[in-house]
Structures are given as C-alpha cells and as structure tokens.
Design a binder for this molecule. Structure first.
Ligand SMILES: NC(=O)c1ccc[n+]([C@@H]2O[C@H](COP(=O)([O-])OP(=O)(O)OC[C@H]3O[C@@H](n4cnc5c(N)ncnc54)[C@H](O)[C@@H]3O)[C@@H](O)[C@H]2O)c1
Length: 361
C-alpha cells in the first residue's frame, strides 16, 4: 500500500475520503496550517494524525507520497520541498501558476528519481474516461478539431480570501481543466490568441483578473481548437448545456463528454448515435459530500492510477513535463489577454530556458 500524506485540507478533504476508501493507499498524516481545519477534518473522518507543520509530514520517513491541495501560488514551493524530502508528489491543478520554477522542478524530479503527477482530475471522471477510450479505439477516426469549455457559477468561491488576491487567476484555476483536455488530444499547441474581461459581477466582488475568456489554439500540425471559460455568473440548466464539456470532431465520427451531467454521446463510423448517462451508483463514487463542488471519486481514481504506476515502474501522466507544457500554454494565453496578440508557446518557454522539444523528451 502506498503511504500518503495530504497537504491542505479544503479540497484535500476529498483526498482524505479517497485515500481512506482505497485499498491501494494508506493515509499516514494530513496537514493544514489552520489548527481548526485539522480538528474539523479529524472529527469528520475519525482520523487523528494531523499536524499544522508541513515539515512534520516531510520528516516522516514512512510517507511515500505527498498530495498537495494548497492555494495555487504555493504549489511550486510545496512540490519542491516534497521532492527534496524524497517523496513522490501528486499536485492538484493548476500545477504551478507561472514557469519561474519549472526547470528546477523538472530537474529535481529527475535527480531525486521521484515522480510528480499533476492531478488533472477531470481526465479521471467517467464521461472523460469513456471519451478517451472510444477515441483510442478509433471510433471517431482521426481528430480534426476539439472544443472544450468550463463555465460555472463560482461566485461562492470569491469568499475565499485568496480568490481576491492579485495572484489568483481563473485562467489557471478554471481553464486548466479544459486546456488540459485540449492538450490530452492535441499536445503540440504552438500558438494561442484570445480575449478576456472581468464581468461586472467580478468587478463588484473585487476580482483582480479575468473571469470571462475565449481562446483559439493552433497546433504545430495546423489543427485548431477552441476553449472558453466564464466563472462569475449563472449557467444554463444541465439539460440545456453542460458546465464542462469536451467535443471531439473526427474524420469519421464525433463525441461529447459532459461533466456534471455524467453524460456522454458518440456518433461513430457507422453514423450510429450512442448516448450514455451514468446512474446513482456511479454518482455515489464521484460525489460523496454535499453538492458537486468536490472531487473525491476523481481523486480516488487518479491516486490508484498513480499507485499502480509506481508499483509497476511506469510514468503516471500528466507528469511534470506535461504539466509544465500546460502551464506554458496557460501563460501564453495570459499574455495574449494582456497584449491582444497571438502568442507562441515556444517564446514563453524559451524565456524560462525551456522548449516544446525538451518537454517531449
Ligand atoms: N478539480 C480539482 O482538481 C480541484 C477542485 C477544487 C480545488 N482544487 C485545487 O485545490 C487547491 C486548494 O483549493 P481549495 O478550494 O481547497 O482552497 P481552500 O482555501 O479552501 O483550502 C486551502 C487550504 O490550504 C491551507 N493552507 C494554506 N497554506 C498552507 C500552508 N503553507 N501549509 C499548510 N496548509 C496551508 C489553508 O489553511 C486551507 O485550509 C487549489 O490549487 C485548487 O485549484 C482542485
């Protein structure tokens, strides 16, 4: 059993549930700098091995892997400390929120021989898994283009103190999901352009960066994709629209995975339509607390995948290089918002001593 420690017990609550319910993981310790939060989680899960000091978890020789769920701007430092302490790492999305420590983290992962897996949870959700499986089985032929979106009424999120800081960007916090979907199918995005704005709801709440964005991407082989995100206003009901959706258009078919609705549709080579909607038992695995604003089932899926990979010596993807590639794309998108111009991903990577080719190796 993989022995795990969890850092950050807001969304890390879901990871506690995932680890405690999995027979591939043993939860050894959890950490949050807030003693109140630690006590709250201890009571909730009847799990009492907690600390407010990250160093305690790093010092515990029995812990194999640290799973990180602190605010975005702290991830780079927390990942670095875990690697230096000789731990494997799972870091929630967004992996990091700029590339200044990217080379260092890649190198540290290589020199320590410790894995860094990026918790792109949406890949590990039922409709997305099915869409990928069908794509790999060739049901829709070759990919022509991909459209992904993540729209959510996240006004509640603005109550978190770090949501209104200059460092917080929905571009990283929200769009990292659909952008990861695009890179899953179209890894080599070369150039991006887009527009964004802060909605009046966002302005009134004091948000510092864009909450409404639309982008288009161009891959090195000429294929194109688009992605959008809106986070501070109401959304359509689920039967009209999906909060998070990925559409693949192929040479011989098309597919659509809808997130919260647990819905998937594919029109395959035979032009036959198939629609799958998963039921209550699947819902229970994915959503264990109130509502659908947490991700325990996805985390259990990805933690078990990481455990299997570590046991068999395989790389768990998205790994550190893939994660850095996605952050580079997000940073290119950020620059396009600022300049109103198309931005090449390689120009961003080069500024940090990296390149698209180096990330493929
Ligand atoms: N689908 C997903 O994968 C998903 C969903 C939600 C959140 N997240 C990610 O999880 C991370 C946390 O988000 P959240 O909504 O839980 O935020 P949150 O503010 O609710 O929780 C963060 C927790 O980290 C603790 N913390 C902060 N600094 C710390 C430190 N130095 N040492 C120990 N603990 C510290 C805080 O006390 C807090 O309890 C973010 O990066 C977010 O993007 C991922």
């Amino acid at each position: 059993m993989l022995k795990i420690g969890i850092l950050g017990l807001g969304e890390g609550r879901s990871t506690m549930s995932a680890a405690l319910q999995s027979d591939k993981l043993e939860l050894k310790m959890v950490c949050d700098r807030s003693l109140e939060t630690c006590k709250h989680r201890a009571k909730e899960f009847d799990f009492h091995q907690y600390t407010t000091e990250y160093q305690d978890m790093l010092n515990d020789a029995e812990i194999d892997l640290i799973a990180i769920y602190t605010p975005d701007y702290l991830h780079a430092e927390h990942v670095k400390q875990a690697l230096l302490a000789g731990k494997h790492v799972v870091c929630t999305k967004p992996f990091i929120d700029d590339l200044s420590q990217a080379s260092e983290l890649i190198q540290l992962s290589e020199t320590t021989g410790k894995a860094v897996f990026i918790g792109q949870s949406s890949r590990f959700f039922e409709p997305a898994k099915r869409q990928r499986k069908d794509f790999e089985a060739g049901l829709i032929g070759e990919l022509i283009t991909i459209e992904a979106q993540y729209h959510a009424d996240h006004r509640w999120f603005l109550e978190k103190p770090w949501a209104l800081e200059q460092a917080f960007k929905w571009l990283y916090g929200g769009l990292s999901h659909p952008v990861d979907f695009i890179r899953w199918y179209l890894p080599d995005v070369e150039e991006v352009m887009g527009y964004g704005m802060i909605s009046s709801n966002g302005k009134n709440a004091g948000l510092k960066n864009e909450d409404t964005m639309h982008f288009i991407f161009k891959a090195a082989d000429g294929r194109i994709a688009r992605v959008s995100g809106c986070y501070t206003g109401p959304t359509q009901p689920a039967y009209r629209d999906s909060g998070m959706s990925t559409i693949l258009r192929g040479t011989e078919g098309a597919s659509q995975a809808d997130y919260h609705e647990l819905r998937y549709a594919v029109t395959d080579k035979t032009s036959e339509e198939k629609i799958v909607v998963w039921g209550d038992s699947t819902l229970k695995h994915y959503f264990r607390f109130e509502g659908q604003s947490h991700h325990a089932g996805e985390y259990q899926n990805y933690l078990e995948y990481v455990a299997d990979c570590l046991e068999s010596g395989r790389t768990a993807y998205p790994d550190v290089k893939e994660g850095v590639g996605t952050v580079a794309l997000l940073q290119a998108m950020d620059r396009s918002l600022k300049t109103g111009m198309p931005v090449k991903v390689n120009d961003i990577l080069n500024e940090y001593g990296l390149s698209r080719e180096a990330l493929k190796a």
